[in-house]
Design a protein around this ligand. Structure first.
Ligand code: ZN
Length: 144
C-alpha cells in the first residue's frame, strides 16, 4: 500500500471514529486552535503531572484532515513527557515542510507527508499540535 493510500485510509478511519474526543473536567492546561483559512477549530484539554501528559482530550469542527490529525496526535501524545511531545512536534513540522524528509522515525505520522506541497493543508494537519503546544506554554491556565 502506498503512503498516499495509507493517508486516505487514516483520514477516513479517524474522521469516522475520533479517538480521545471530548473535554476533560479536571484539566490542568487548555487551549484553542483556529485555522480561519479553512474554518477548523480544535479545543484541547490536558492533564499534565510531573512533566508528563497523563491525559488529553480534544473536540472540534472542521475538515477531515484537521479532525483526523487531532485524533491521531491524541493517541501518540497521551502518556508522553512534555519534552517528548516537543520533539515529536518538531519532527512533524519538518515532515510536512521538508521534501524527502526521513520519516521512518515518525511511525504513523509519516502518512502526513501527503500534505507536503500543500501549505493550506499543512495548517489543517498541524492545528491540533499547535493547540497542545500553546496550552503547554501557558502554564498559568487555570481550570474552570
Ligand atoms: Zn482544514
Amino acid at each position: 500500500m502506498s503512503v498516499n493510500e495509507l493517508y486516505q485510509q487514516m483520514i477516513i478511519d479517524h474522521s469516522k471514529n475520533p479517538r480521545n474526543y471530548g473535554r476533560l473536567d479536571n484539566f490542568t492546561h487548555t487551549s484553542q486552535g483556529n485555522n480561519p483559512l479553512c474554518g477548523d477549530k480544535i479545543d484541547v484539554s490536558l492533564i499534565v503531572q510531573d512533566n508528563v501528559i497523563k491525559d488529553l482530550k480534544w473536540e472540534g469542527t472542521g475538515c477531515a484532515i484537521s479532525q483526523a490529525s487531532a485524533s491521531l496526535m491524541s493517541t501518540l501524545v497521551k502518556g508522553k513527557s512534555v519534552d517528548e511531545f516537543k520533539e515529536m512536534f518538531t519532527k512533524f513540522r519538518e515532515l510536512m515542510t521538508i521534501k524527502g524528509y526521513e520519516a521512518e522515525q515518525l511511525g504513523k505520522l509519516k502518512v502526513f507527508s501527503g500534505v507536503q506541497g500543500f501549505p493550506s493543508r499543512v495548517k489543517c494537519a498541524s492545528i491540533a499540535w499547535h493547540a497542545i503546544n500553546n496550552s503547554l506554554a501557558n502554564k498559568e491556565t487555570v481550570a474552570k
